[in-house]
Design a protein around this ligand. Structure first.
Ligand code: CIR
Length: 262
């Protein structure tokens, strides 16, 4: 899938985000004003790159609603609405489905199959899926069933160390992964990709967002940032420190899609 996206669907953050789900990290106070400012800058940067940014309103009943990535997997051919692994988050999907149905045919993952979009990394025609506390075997098989007719090949990776696959590994380009190998078992794909390791002192640094010709990275991980610069990656700092406290990352805050060519 090309990273020349035209549209970003984002969701504003709820004031209730301070009551977000947390699994692998401890709770720290979230500065709502700073978080809102960071979200503005995230959206502004997408606009500056030329994307149309659709901002769905926050839902105060859904503290994690700004992490819109988990609600869907959007491919060129179809938008797969997920059944989130956390029951508390399942109310997030209807508003997202209403928006995505304007852009794509809809398929759904239905309970007891569960899957979070944060566990799905699409690299070209390959879909890497994390087996996590949120994404179960039935969710993975449901995704395989929906995407196989379009020619996608799905590979399952175990993620024992963190919330989502993409907290542990993302792609710098179609041949290269950025990973924390302490959090994800990359054995099944080690022949397929070159792997760049995050700095050992920055375990959370593997989540970067590819958008157009940029790779966004959180500046809170400066050594990994410099490493990517040294490798010639067009890396851009986008600060999401308040969302990191909610166990979120850069990819979680948008769904990126291409407009179908006319
Ligand atoms: C959760 O636990 O579901 C939220 N607090 C964080 C979700 C982050 N999403 C992501 O990594 N894709």
């Amino acid at each position: 899938m090309s990273h020349f996206f035209d549209v970003a669907v984002t969701r504003d953050l709820a004031r209730s985000m301070e009551r977000c789900e947390l699994t692998f990290i401890d709770r720290h106070a979230i500065d709502h004003q700073r978080a809102a400012a960071q979200h503005e800058r995230y959206c502004e940067r997408l606009v500056a790159l030329g994307l149309e940014v659709i901002r769905l309103p926050a839902d105060e009943a859904q503290p994690d609603c700004c992490f819109i990535e988990d609600t869907a997997v959007v491919l060129d051919e179809v938008a797969v609405i997920t059944c989130l692994g956390s029951p508390a988050r399942r109310g997030e999907t209807p508003a997202v489905e209403r928006e995505l149905s304007k852009h794509r045919p809809i398929a759904r993952i239905e309970w007891p199959a569960t899957l979070d979009g944060g566990d799905v990394l699409v690299v070209g025609r390959t879909i890497l899926v994390g087996s996590t506390t949120r994404t179960n075997a039935a969710g993975i098989e449901a995704l395989r069933g929906i995407t196989a007719p379009f020619g996608y090949e799905l590979t399952v990776l175990r993620v024992p160390g963190c919330l989502h696959l993409k907290s542990a590994v993302t792609a710098l380009d179609d041949e290269t992964l950025l990973a924390n190998r302490g959090l994800v078992e990359l054995e099944p794909v080690k022949q397929q990709y070159r792997v760049v390791d995050v700095d050992v002192g920055e375990p959370g640094a593997a989540n970067v967002l590819r958008v157009r010709d940029e790779v966004w990275a959180h500046p809170g991980y400066p050594r990994t940032f410099e490493k990517l610069q040294g490798l010639g990656v067009h890396v851009v700092g986008v600060d999401i420190s308040e969302f990191v406290k909610a166990e979120g990352a850069l990819t979680c805050k948008s769904l990126l899609l291409r407009k179908p060519s006319a």
